[in-house]
Design a binder for this molecule. Structure first.
Ligand code: ADP
Length: 463
């Protein structure tokens, strides 16, 4: 401020002196006065021009340019520049924060849609675009209800009762491939709404499977239980001869066996699902396993054909002189299920061919072929589902639980093996388990063509 006054007076003084010097001696005083006024006016003009420059800079200037560096206006411009810079930094910071939030919302596994108080879309993430088929260019500021025309959602939105979520069909929902979405609205801000969506198709399917499973288990257990309860009542209420009593007790024992087999299969399945895949520390000798399967198979065929008039023709070709690593009890259970099925579903006199083989690529194959009724192609993809049966009565009559192939599938998966089912209806079926080379320990002298494949590097079998 001092310099402002000082420069003002210096200008006036210089003007006065100049006026006094220039004017004739008689009017020197008037000349000096005019000089003072002109000096002051000149100073004000310069000052005004600086103020105008500053104002122009403030209106359109770049904050990095310094409008002027000296004097009062210099200080004003400097302060203004700093303020503008601080404001710009704050804006940049909050924009960065906003971008971070939006990036986090983009990364969310849930669909996120921000709606204004009228239900118009302000923003949505990629997952929401996938769930509802939105287009980022086209659909911003569109009414959500106009784009998602679901009657359930319309009443959910209209009722303004957002305590619970809504389950609705997804955009790509078809009867063959149902897609279910869970949608939940959360009010925030001034009448705004946050919409969260989740694809719950897998959850719904798991829940439906769980319900079906419980219903199936209850049904399977209820049938023998009802029969058993009937016999108990008969034994309690009717006077029976020893022979009749013996007969009823035999039938009761059969029903109890049936329940026991079912419970055992259920326990096996739950163990298979709940435990880690078996390692390579244990192994089963395939020739020994084949001998056991043959014994069991012949016994089962004899049980199913008590008169022994027309037993099955059982052929066992044990061409793999080695071991499969994994859980021996699981492998025995899976393979005996396949042999058992072939015997149970093939009419007496039919032929069952069980074979183990080392493939040229060092994988191993276990297959069971029969000359039974076979399976129609539409059933094949569903055979390994729990309780799925093609021939319900034959399954029950021969002691089937409907869980055998589910067990086979689980055991195969746990050993990294592939289960193949091939069938020509009316001619028979072939079930094959193909074990990966990493699970096979062949005997070196039995490698195909004497070649030493990768499996030859594995330790020799302990026979
Ligand atoms: P189950 O205890 O009823 O035999 P599985 O899971 O072992 O149950 O088999 C499922 C269904 O697959 C059976 O009910 C049967 O209809 C069919 N199936 C299985 N193996 C054979 C086979 N070798 N020949 C014909 N049908 C078979």
């Amino acid at each position: 401020m001092f310099w402002r006054f000082f420069s003002f007076f210096v200008c006036q003084l210089a003007g006065g002196l100049a006026g006094w010097y220039v004017a004739p001696p008689k009017t020197a005083a008037i000349g000096a006065l005019v000089g003072v006024v002109l000096g002051g006016a000149g100073w004000l003009l310069i000052d005004l021009s600086r103020a105008v420059r500053l104002l122009r800079w403030l209106r359109v200037g770049d904050a990095s340019d310094v409008a002027m560096s000296t004097g009062l206006w210099g200080e004003v411009s400097d302060r203004a520049r700093r303020l503008i810079r601080a404001r710009e930094q704050m804006t940049r910071d909050s924009q960065n924060r906003l971008q971070d939030f939006l990036a986090a919302l983009q990364a969310s596994p849930n669909g996120v849609v921000l709606l204004d108080s009228e239900g118009r879309i302000e923003w949505f993430n990629q997952m929401a675009a996938t769930h509802f088929g939105f287009d980022a260019q086209r659909d911003i500021l569109q009414h959500f209800g106009n784009l998602v025309r679901d009657p359930g959602f319309a009443s959910y939105f209209a009722n303004h009762d957002f305590l619970s979520e809504l389950v609705m069909s997804g955009r790509e929902n078809t009867p063959a491939r149902p897609v279910k979405l869970s949608v939940h609205l959360h009010p925030y801000g001034e009448g705004r709404l946050l919409l969260l969506s989740r694809d719950i198709t897998a959850l719904e399917q798991a829940e439906a499977m769980r319900r079906d499973f419980v219903a199936n288990v209850s049904h399977e257990i209820r049938t023998p239980l009802t029969v058993l309860a009937g016999f108990v009542e008969t034994l309690q209420s009717l006077p029976l001869t020893d022979q009749e009593r013996e007969h009823y007790l035999t039938l009761m024992a059969q029903q109890a066996d049936r329940m026991q087999i079912l419970v055992n299969d259920l326990l096996t399945l739950s163990r298979l699902e709940g435990s880690p895949p078996p390692g390579a520390s244990d192994a089963v000798s395939m020739p020994a396993l084949m001998r056991q399967l043959e014994q069991e198979g012949r016994a089962l065929s004899a049980v199913l054909n008590p008169t022994s008039e027309r037993l099955h023709k059982l052929v066992f070709d044990s061409l793999l002189e080695g071991e499969i690593t994994g859980a021996p009890n699981e492998l025995l259970s899976a393979m005996s299920n396949l042999v058992g099925n072939a015997i149970r579903y093939t009419p007496p006199g039919g032929e069952i061919h069980v074979r183990t083989l080392l493939l040229p690529d060092a994988r191993a194959e276990f297959s069971v072929s029969d000359t039974g009724p076979g399976i129609a192609p539409e059933h094949i993809p569903r055979l390994t589902e729990r309780f799925y049966r093609v021939d319900r009565s034959r399954s029950r009559d021969t002691g089937g639980t409907g869980l055998g192939l589910a067990i086979v599938k689980h055991v195969s998966q746990r050993h990294g093996a592939e289960l193949k089912i091939e069938s020509t209806p009316g001619k028979g079926a072939t079930f094959t388990i193909i074990f990966p080379a990493s699970r096979v320990r062949p005997r070196l002298d039995t490698m195909p063509g004497g070649q030493l494949g990768a499996a030859a590097l594995l330790p020799a079998p302990s026979q």
